[in-house]
Design a protein around this ligand. Structure first.
Ligand code: KIV
Ligand code: ZN
Length: 504
């Protein structure tokens, strides 16, 4: 049976320290609930002494969350500890996280103290915290640059004082994986009471080593990891939760498991990114936009033949629907065929060759080949009768808090038709008007609006899935426009035209 690794999430504390990422209490509760659903064991909810807002957030999160332990940060200062204990009053399971700097730099230049006095302060803080709560975690700040021998003395003293978890932060992201792993091993071998506490990792990413260092710590005996969603945090960030969870899932032979429900990773990543206004870099491991996007012909062909040829993680395991086959000038026929099939177009080899030639010409002049472009290519070669197509001529919407009204003018076979309708939004009203002009029972099954932030125009792209009730014909409609109501109406019309094309 796999050994259990506890996940301590500090998105709401170390993550929230990032300039511009501050959340209000309601947003923090939303993140905390998402972390709970994700399966984290401990949520570090804030640093209560730092502001009334932080105090209030820790208190409200304590009420809102059911089973994870709620943790509050303090310095080795009595007032901090009292305020933290008060903020944690309503938590079902609570922890105070107290600590002090232990590296030469911190002792001499930050705290202007001596190694012995630091041990005294650390012990006093742990004892004081222990008078309020059972779970006391001690952080040895800048342990990454501290001498192992001194660090071992600090850790032994705080465990003797009652610390249940000892956190060994690589505060400045200085360590190399073998050094950090050796540090944890040293503590296990040289701290006589180490079996009475859980060792925790807390790694920063200044040299891009946070995940590697965390895993090195775990492989050497740490049983708690301190992480953030998307790896956000001070400077270059903290260890990212998703990377550690998926590394352990991919390497089951290590025999170490977390309680993380990996299928919720994407949801959590997107929510944190949106709420904190922190875009995820496209090539970020696990959650970046390109993490499951294949663009070269060789890779695309390989992935389409057998996913595992080029993927070590099934995208569904992190809550994504599928990998993306991105079409570029380096893509091959297999990828084009696959993307066309997703849009409902199946071509024989000869026809496909023709479309592929056209595709290559387009891909040479355009970086990003979108579904609309493919539809255009597919339509050109299948020679669909454009006479019967519906065209949007005019659209006027009046939108307000009560009801929306739309006037739509469409052209069908050279004839202009006009209709007016109301709805519970401008799109609803416009769709109702079009429906009144066409003789089809159509249901909108999916409606997706995305902002396109790449490229020169910031436009909204609409994807719509339509089902014709009586024939069960299902189609996808697309459009993109800076006016999202217009894009939605055009996407609906695009879908209707495709339905007609399928009946021909
Ligand atoms: O990086 C660090 O040392 C910290 C401590 C406060 C745990 O964030
Ligand atoms: Zn930190």
């Amino acid at each position: 049976m796999a050994e259990r690794l506890f996940v301590f999430d500090t998105t709401l504390r170390d993550g929230e320290q990032v300039p511009g990422c501050q959340l209000n209490t309601i947003e923090k509760i939303e993140v905390a609930r998402t972390l709970e659903a994700l399966g984290v064991d401990v949520i570090e909810a804030g640093f209560p002494i730092s502001s009334p807002g932080d105090f209030n957030s820790v208190r409200e999160i304590s009420k809102a969350v059911t089973w994870p332990t709620i943790c509050a940060l303090t310095r080795s200062v009595e007032k901090d500890i009292e305020v933290a204990a008060d903020a944690l009053k309503y938590a079902k399971s609570k922890r105070i996280h107290t600590g002090i700097g232990v590296s030469h730099y911190h002792i001499k230049y930050k705290l202007k103290s001596t190694p012995e006095k630091i041990i005294e302060r650390a012990v006093a803080a742990v004892k004081y915290a222990k008078s309020f709560v059972e779970q006391v975690e001690f952080y040895a700040e800048d342990a990454g640059r501290a001498e192992n021998e001194y660090l071992a003395r600090v850790i032994e003293s705080v465990i003797a004082a009652g610390a249940t978890v000892v956190n060994i932060p690589d505060t400045t992201g200085y360590c190399l994986p073998y050094e950090y792993g050796a540090k944890i091993k040293y503590l296990i071998e040289n701290v006589s009471n180490i079996h009475k506490a859980i060792i925790s990792t807390h790694c920063h990413n200044d040299l891009g080593m946070a995940t590697a260092n965390t895993l090195a710590g775990v492989l050497n005996g740490a049983r708690q990891v301190e992480v953030t969603i998307n790896g956000i945090g001070e400077r270059a960030g903290n260890t990212s939760l998703e990377e550690v969870a998926m590394a352990l899932k991919c390497h089951k032979h290590l025999g170490i498991d977390t309680n993380i429900n990996s299928k919720k990773i994407i949801e959590a990543s997107r929510m944190v990114s949106n709420l904190m206004n922190m875009p995820v870099q496209p090539n970020k491991a696990i959650v970046g936009r390109n993490a499951f996007a294949h663009s070269s012909g060789i890779h695309q062909d390989g992935v389409l033949k057998h996913r595992e040829n080029y993927e070590i993680i099934d995208p569904k395991d992190i809550g994504l629907e599928d990998s993306a086959i991105v079409l570029t000038a380096r893509s091959g026929r297999a990828a084009l065929k696959h993307r066309l099939e997703l849009l409902g177009y199946v071509f024989e080899q000869e026809e496909l060759d023709k479309v592929y030639e056209e595709f290559l010409k387009l891909a040479d002049s355009k970086k990003d080949i979108r579904d609309e472009d493919l539809l255009q290519l597919a339509g050109d070669t299948t020679g669909q009768n454009s006479m019967n197509k519906i065209k949007l001529k005019k659209l006027q919407v009046l939108s307000g808090t009560l009801i929306s009204t739309a006037v739509v003018v469409i052209e069908v076979g050279g004839e202009e038709l006009t209709a007016t309708a109301t709805g519970n939004g401008p799109v609803d009203a416009a769709v109702a008007a079009i429906k009144s002009l066409i003789n089809r029972k159509v249901i909108i099954q999916e409606f997706l609006i995305q902002a396109i932030t790449k490229g020169s125009n910031d436009v909204g792209r609409v994807h719509i899935q339509l089902l014709q009730e009586d024939s069960n014909i299902m189609v996808h409609g697309f459009s993109a426009n800076t006016d999202i109501v217009r894009a939605a109406v055009e996407a609906f019309i695009d879908g209707i035209n495709k339905m007609a094309g399928k009946e021909d």
